[in-house]
Design a protein around this ligand. Sequence first.
Ligand code: PEP
Ligand code: MG
Length: 571
Amino acid sequence: MRQIRGIPASPGIAIGQAWLYRPERVTVEQQRVSDPEVEWLRLQAAVNVVRNRLQALYEKALASVGEEEAEIFLAHQEFLTDQELMRGIRETIFTQKLNAEYAVKAEFDTYAAALAELDDPYLRARAQDLEDVSMQVIRSLQGQESDGSGLLTRPSVIIAEDLTPSDTIQFDKDKILGICIAKGGPTSHTAILARSLGVPAVVSAGFDIEDIERGVLTVVDGDEGTMIMGPALAVLESARQKQAAWQKARSEQLTSAHQPAVTLDGHRVEVAANIGGVDDARKAIEMGAEGVGLFRTEFLYLDRTELLDIEEQVAIYQGVVKVMDGRPLVVRTLDIGGDKSVPYLGLAEEPNPFLGWRGIRMVRERPDILANQFEALLRAGVGGDIRIMLPMVSGPGEVKRAKEILDETVASLKAQGVSMPEKLQFGIMIEVPSAALLAHHLAPLVDFFSIGTNDLTQYTLAVDRTNERVTNLASPYNPAVLQLIARTIEAAHAHGKWVGMCGELAGDVLAVPVLLGMGLDEFSMAASSIPSVKEEIRRWSMARAKEVAQEVLGMAGSTEVLEYLKGLTPS
Ligand code: PEP
Ligand code: MG
């Protein structure tokens, strides 16, 4: 028996035979060619084959996992029509008289290296996509049409050194029991696809695929982030029990996911979802979301080369408003900066980007961006319950300035006779400690708060949320963070305003009694967490939750809080 530890990427337990995915290695040699014209024709034929295959993959993904996940294959096709890339390849073939395989590799590698240097994880991931596409073209040039993924003929656990999105989508999805890969991170496309397929997955497991025995019975635990090969009988038995319990719990939770979240003593809270686009909105409703508590609009801007214009924004927001069908929709204005960089916005390289030009701070230099976004939201929000929310607020000045811009936009649209939403709320995120401490000054300026515990934790505890060396210090259960949350809720309620939470803490079942007890009105989270959080809310009474909240606020550290919460039984 051998156990390997990685990072959990998609929850659940898979048990099955290991199927090793080892695409044949592609080697490319530099060769002189006598007839560049022939070489160029050979390349075009290979590009055509790959383009057709990518189109087929796009259609397959569209039918099996949805539009958002399928779009990656359209993006891959775009590389093959990129004028600059193709010009570079042509030049290598014609001026240096070199073979097509070498020209493709050289040109794609240069492009990918430039992207891989960037700080932005999203753009770095695009470098992997480029490599994926270039390998497909080279394979096609070398006459290797298959990478072996078609040989997955019976349900198995897929084990690979790494998987690209096109690898993952090519497998027959009914045959994927679970996935474990040596490389990658929990936000890689493979992890995203695994989550949308609903299969347990572990990434960053760091094994050497040569050491893994083909066909060995394997357990992938997507909650713990482990893979066990050749489990002892007792281990296998306990994995089977855990799997059965997980499947049962999931189907039970799903049956009641569309019921409201009401405590034992009759207090109802709203459970909403965090989304990045229209597909997420659809999934959220399926999982029982009663609204959207955070629409991260900046995600729409990350894979582009220029700002979205008002019409493009209106179309996207209208799509989401339609799916929400009158349910509350909190749309956050652009939260660019920090770890989300948008090259075309002219962001300077900053030594401390999380403490720099981020979120609402852009209002001073680029009020036009905010005004355009407000206009698009006002136009798109007709018939919906739209709530506009500002990110990264640190004090009242920014809120007043943004409100002025909103009022001006409303007035100008009214003057043009444009119809506008009947209901419109204006709120802010509380994710900077100064905003939490000044919450009683901010509450009169807005309709609601939403607490962003991801940033509130990093700023309160001075831990960079992207630095793995200090993640052990970054706990939202630290009583310093909890005290700021409690203070924020109190200040809002004192002014008759509602408070939500859209940081990751809201989707953690362990935090449920604490947040209920503090009086949180709305919990917003990844759609997949909704059923379990709703179920947990129904197990507590407000009276007991208030005692729990009081207790943790008096504690000295996160370890003490966590131990206490883990030892509680609901009532
Ligand atoms: C947060 O900071 O908690 C939050 C929800 O915003 P983001 O994770 O997008 O920074
Ligand atoms: Mg944040």
